[in-house]
Ligand binder design. Structure first.
Ligand code: DGY
Length: 326
């Protein structure tokens, strides 16, 4: 039997996942679960064949410089914007992701934020906790927005966008979408969704959801000019990636009530959050938990392990991102 390959797991994962890896490989696991700074990650990569990374691990030139034997970076995420893919490709390092297994869970969280912002759940929760609910029913108190029969605009109609649209059926909503490609007619029918240009979507939607993968081409896709096209009663939801929305522009718009509210799971420069959001009652904030259920996180880990094993056994991983290395 030849020498066992070495795998580095950059963040803590489920014990059963580590066990499965240990059955095949020599494994170093980040038990502490403290993100390793790039220099430390680079140092730990020496002699490692495969890296299991999370969205918080930047895999760039600095890190790759340490990977003298590295052949695969298996990201436990569908997004890969934490990884310098051209740099990996140049070095022959395969990059894989975990598409498909988190669509419904992320769509659920998108709806949770949409509804929380619409019905001012976080504000109400804080009010009850601080004993400020002195008069039980004021006719004009805590008024929110109706979700049912409203118009939902989805920018980015991939798998997760479609899962979000599907849920709108239960609320009798009209669904507009903006996407590079038109969906097949049968899908449009099933989702009751109409393809429109971005300006029309922004102008007519009561809820605007962005669901595009991050790339420099969509940096600040929603900025001051786009927000200015939205209704003053509209709510913006971002569960895609920080940087797709211009946080400074959104903070200013929310503060001046140019739109009614926002539900945000992702931020520019995570784990930092624009401090402007923190005292805004009309912003509902969660810490990038779109995929955070046990079942889904476990499926993501299992998918990432399957990708890693395939690459280390010389097979084409099922979810290879840099396809030119197939
Ligand atoms: C992803 O998979 O890209 C998510 O954002 C991480 O939970």
């Amino acid at each position: 039997m030849g020498e066992r390959k070495k795998v580095l797991v950059a963040r803590q994962v489920f014990p059963e996942v580590v066990e499965a890896l240990r059955a095949r490989f020599e494994v170093e696991h980040n038990d502490e679960d403290r993100p390793w700074p790039p220099e430390e990650l680079a140092r730990r990569l020496r002699g490692v064949d495969g890296l299991l990374s999370s969205v918080m691990d930047r895999v760039d030139e600095t890190v790759l410089a340490g990977g003298d034997r590295l052949t695969v970076v298996s990201n436990i995420a569908v997004g890969t914007n934490n990884i310098d893919i051209p740099a990996c490709t140049k070095r022959g390092v395969k990059v894989t992701n975990t598409p498909g297994v988190l669509d419904d869970t992320t769509a659920d969280l998108t709806w949770a934020l949409l509804m929380a912002a619409a019905r001012r759940i976080a504000e109400g929760d804080a009010l009850v906790r601080r004993g400020g609910w002195d008069i039980a029913f004021r006719m004009q108190d805590r008024l929110g927005a109706d979700v049912h029969h409203a118009t939902l605009g989805i920018i980015g109609m991939g798998r997760i966008g479609q899962a979000i649209a599907k849920r709108a059926g239960g609320f009798d909503m009209r669904v507009l979408y903006h996407n590079r490609n038109r969906l097949p007619e049968a899908d449009e029918k099933r989702l009751n969704a109409t393809l429109v240009d971005r300006d029309r979507l922004l102008a007519e939607s009561d809820f605007v959801v962005v669901m595009v993968p991050y790339s420099p081409a969509v940096h600040h896709l929603i900025g001051a000019a786009e927000i200015a096209k939205m209704k003053p009663t509209a709510i913006l939801v971002n569960t895609a990636r920080g940087g797709v929305v211009d946080d400074a522009a959104l903070v200013a718009a929310l503060r001046e009530r140019r739109i009614a509210g926002a539900g945000l799971d992702v931020f520019e420069g995570e784990p930092k959050v624009n401090p402007g959001y923190l005292d805004l009652p009309n912003a509902v904030l969660t810490p990038h938990v779109g995929s955070a259920t046990r079942a889904t996180r476990l499926r993501m880990c299992e998918t990432a392990v399957a990708n890693l094993v395939a690459a280390l056994e010389g097979r084409v991983p099922p979810n290879l991102v840099n396809r030119e290395l197939a």
